[in-house]
Design a protein around this ligand. Sequence first.
Ligand code: GYE
Length: 305
Amino acid sequence: MVLVLCASHSALATTIGFSQVGSESGWRTSFSESVKAEAKKRGIELKFSDAQQKQENQIKAVRSFIAQGVDAIMIAPVVETGWKPVLREAKRARIPVVILDRNVDASGDGLFLTRIASDFVEEGRRAARWLMDETDGNCRILELQGTVGATAAIDRMKGFNEVIADFPDATIVRSQTGEFTRTKGKEVMEAMLKAENGGRDICALWSHNDEMAIGAIQAIKEAGLKPGTDMLVVSVDGVPDYFKAMADGDANATVELNPHLGAPAFDVIEAYLKGDRKVEKLITTTGDLFTQATAAEEYAKRAGK
Ligand code: GYE
């Protein structure tokens, strides 16, 4: 499905195609909304395509953007692999491509202008450091992974594991994908709890995003445990619903992820189209870790937006 969101009538308007992963999480929805709002503000004609978490839909969308002769293409890829052929097609058509959020395994091939993303490895490290502090490095952990093959899942796992490797009494006892969604997070958590004696000997849940953690919190409650107390919950994103869960005592910590990737992406594209060829290959954003201590006030700030 390709939707034209902002049809500017000016002949000089820039037309940009944006292939988005889907709407699997609150963070993703904020990201899409912020790109649409920013395009509107700048008078950019944005062709927005929701891939419903399927790379094949993304590749089709990108081909259709190329066929329509857009001025630039932005891709927020589902997974890292399998991008080179379509990126080569865009290059042949001389359409600049900007990668947003997760990565593609085509760095160094000159197939895209730049990538704008946060440092997912560092997010995993921050989550782990908080948990190791909180538990003195003694913790049996359940892990909910994001989408298999997605940079956000690969790198968060890497960063987290790197930190806990220094703590012999910290172990990940079970790790499964919850595909970054609330429904799957709950379902997989139910199964993991069942397999782990109802979760009685589990000290924490480490979830690759807030959405799965929120689903899992429900599963923990249904198993008769108190999330946030009997089992600590740490994740990434910082969506309003998770701040609410922290304020209610059901969750403990999250590393915030900036969803406002539209403005820097449009800046790069507009500069490039004006002839500026000095573009950095990677533009990173970083977020802080938040805990229950400030959750209520942070929720009030975010819920009002
Ligand atoms: O954390 C999650 C989303 O790719 C970093 O994808 C992103 C992740 C984000 O669905 O909520």
